[in-house]
Design a protein around this ligand. Structure first.
Ligand code: APR
Length: 311
């Protein structure tokens, strides 16, 4: 059986475990600093397995040793946003938490593929790769599937068409400067620019960009977790089943789109080796300008990280 360890057993981490257990993909380990909480959630979820008929072992622990031999490490440990906060406001607190999670888990699972979810996402993925010194194939961040799913949901609300016919691609950094590619996004192959009036499409783009904040303002005590965790589960499945699935994720840039030494949301192909390749769009001038603006914002956060941590 494959093994997936989830660091941070809060809302996102435990919901990720829930989606993964449903898929019967791997045995699961939940790790958290709070005593008893990961053990309790793990046992509770394990006791649900006879009901849904899944043979999956689930354990919780406060000790990284429990993660030994994992195929995938998912990092969701850290603080979520509260109303009025940007993702970048989380940098200082989460850099310390994610840094420890990355280096401690690597000791027990030197062959694991890392999926990072903690915000500020692009920069936490960058930190994970720098501290573990892993090749770029083995560290990937999740935001693009989520941001694209939000846009797909909004298009479905607007048109009444099945979500299965709606393909949206939101790339760039996971912040307000994210880049919804409306020209490439489509309903059954028809570009959204042809399907929707311009003002409706602009409203959907705006709502997508602020999609995370919309949930934070409703919840008040934390940030979204159902859709983010569903996105992570899709990635883990693509990796363990070696699907070569192309999905938007944060990947380390090695010249793609003219970007270097940073994480950025792009289309990647996921398989058993992790991030197998970056699939590039041909951008027009308007899209390129949006990419550059988003990349500059991510670079700023990377630079702020470098002032905090020696990497
Ligand atoms: N090691 C392990 N777990 C930790 C550590 C640590 N050093 N520090 C904090 N945690 C745990 C907390 O105890 C908590 O259970 O991380 C968990 C985070 O869970 P929540 O507070 O419920 O936050 P969640 O909504 O899951 O978001 C976590 O994911 O989507 C991002 O922006 C989000 O950065 C945030 C992260």
């Amino acid at each position: 059986m494959n093994k997936i360890s989830i660091i941070g057993a809060g809302m996102t981490g435990s919901t990720t475990a829930h989606w993964l257990a449903e898929r019967e993909l791997a045995d699961l380990v939940l790790v958290d600093v709070v005593e008893g909480m990961p053990q309790g959630k793990g046992l509770d979820m394990l006791e649900a397995m006879p009901i849904i008929g899944r043979d999956v072992n689930i354990v919780g622990s406060n000790d990284y040793a429990a993660t030994k031999g994992s195929d995938i490490i998912i990092i969701t440990a850290g603080l979520p946003r509260k109303p009025g906060m940007s993702r970048d406001d989380l940098l200082t607190a989460n850099a310390e938490i994610v840094g420890k999670a990355a280096t401690e888990t690597l000791k027990y699972s030197p062959d694991a593929i890392y999926i990072v979810l903690t915000n500020p996402l692009d920069t936490m993925a960058y930190l994970t790769m720098k501290l573990t010194k892993l090749p770029r194939e083995r560290v990937v961040g999740q935001a693009g599937i989520l941001d694209s799913a939000r846009m797909r949901a909004f298009v479905a609300m607007e048109t009444g068409v099945s979500v299965q016919n709606i393909n949206c691609y939101v790339l760039g950094g996971h912040g307000d400067e994210m880049v919804p590619l409306t020209r490439h996004s489509n309903i059954a192959g028809v570009s959204l620019r042809d399907y929707l009036p311009a003002d409706r499409l602009a409203a959907i783009v705006e709502r997508t960009r602020k999609g995370g904040g919309e949930i934070v303002n409703l919840l008040k005590t934390g940030s979204a977790f159902y859709a983010p965790s569903a996105a992570v589960a899709q990635m883990a499945e693509a990796i363990l089943k070696d699907k070569h699935l192309i999905v938007p994720c944060a990947a380390y840039m090695n010249g793609e789109y003219g970007l270097n030494d940073m994480f950025f949301g792009v289309q990647v192909q996921l398989g058993r080796k992790g991030m197998e390749k970056v699939v590039e769009y041909k951008l027009d001038a308007e899209e390129k300008a949006l990419f550059d603006k988003s990349a500059a914002a991510v670079k700023d956060t990377h630079e702020a990280l470098k002032k905090l941590v020696k990497i």
